[in-house]
Design a binder for this molecule. Sequence first.
Ligand code: AMP
Length: 564
Amino acid sequence: MPTLFKTLAELGEKLEATKKRLLMIDLVSSFLQNLEADEIEPAVSMLLGRPFPKWSQRTLEVSWTTLHSVILRITGSDWNSFLKVFNETGDAGSATMAIFEKSKSKKQAVLFEKALTIAEVRRSFEAISETSGHGSRERKERQIAVLLSSASPLEAKYLVKIFIGETRTGFHEGLMEQAVAKAFQIPPELVQKAGMIIGDIGEVASIARTQGREALAHVKFRVFRPVDLMLAQMANDVAEALREHGGVSAFEYKYDGARVQIHKHKDEIKIFSRRLSEATGSLPEVVEEVKANIKAEEVILEGEVVAVDREGHPIPFQHLMRRFRRVHAVEDMAEEVPLKLYLFDILYLNGESLVSQPYTRRRQILAENAGEIPLTAMKTIDNVQEAEAFMKDALDAGHEGLMAKKPDSVYAVGVRGKRWLKIKPVLEPLDLVIVGAEQGYGRRFNWLSDYYLAARDSETGEFLTVGKTFKGLTDAEIIEMTRRLKEITVDEKPRRVNVIPKIVVEVAYNEIQKSPKYRCGMALRFARITRIRDDKTPEQADTIQRVREIYERQFLKKGRYTAG
Ligand code: AMP
């Protein structure tokens, strides 16, 4: 019997209603056991808020504006009910359910005569994702309208959540791994490992059900299916990295670029970004370089692509991102922003998975297969002085810092582990003034938790915004900050206030970028509040001149991007 989408939506409600992890795992595990084999992957994906498996390059490409206009149309526009629930919960799915319920009571069950199945929902998603080209927006709107019109209010809630890609049930991928393990009696480590290799937990569940444990133990990488990446944690300095790694670490330059996963089969090459979306078309010269140098038949490599100036010096990250965004006119950009590729890992070579090999062995295999493509600069070091000198070399060459990799470590994904540590020099913090704030999301929905940070112009006395952050304060501090900001509010818009510049905070950040976003032309990257500086008056805060000075100083080491 095909499973109804309603059953999935009801499960979503139960998950949303509890915080007990074990109960969540039990609920999902019995749900999975009752599915037909071909429903398993779609259901797992949908429960995680994805219309398709993780590795898939298919996307729905439905904007909120489109979704919004369809919802308005088919419910006969009761937008106030939507906003009321949305403002209470911050959840578009629940708000959609509310207006569906209202419109249902008005229109008396003209909607949802036919019960939707999980398979039908997947087919609709496929059809929507395949709709492209001229007039596609109208066609998509029609397809979405047909799908939503056959949904009950509860089903509409979950369809909208999948459209937006956010379930908010608290049931994440790690819990799904455990539910799959439980449902099909497979050890959780095996589920996790297989997931990493084939790139999707839904598919793992489906193999577990149809082919069992043995088959899972032997799954292989599939070229052109991007897989999750190994992540690094922050270390304060090289000494900490050496301690964590038991006295010896492989230090590599940390390049300030974009991570790429390169898949090759014979002459065909595909490049995926860190978010696992395909970037082959944006990086033609990288493709050519791989083609010319990598002789292996089948391989999955990892590296960092760095933007450089005409002399080959690295330039700030933001210019590289333009390359990833601009698929059109790529060749012009290739000339404007040349790229350099550094390889640092190899996951798979000619039918053999290398992820269980230690770092040193993988690095050696990588070197044997890289041709003329440079590997990341690397030195195995066992003392602090030498590591500090290597850090200085990296910074002098305009790079971001160092990565420290544990020499005997396997390639492991999922949790951020201490096997890879990143070490960056800290830029001096700035004391900035809060000039505005916005209410947050989820738990922070009613608090002013997102702050506009400004520096004073010492010439005009004006406060100029240089960044925005919701990071760094505890809940208690945010509640107190909300109270204080309300007292100094001069202008109130929905969910946003402008305040008198009074409160000074110390802010850490990773970089100062050139940016059109703010009037001063600069923006802090990864800003976070490190302290509330009630000991300082706004006049004692840092000036915009100081921010500009730090911005300029970045270029003493780095190259500078010049257009044209
Ligand atoms: P972060 O993005 O701050 O978590 O730092 C990790 C990122 O540093 C990776 O995702 C890579 O994009 C980048 N990276 C730069 N150099 C290296 C390297 N030598 N090894 C691994 N990752 C590197």
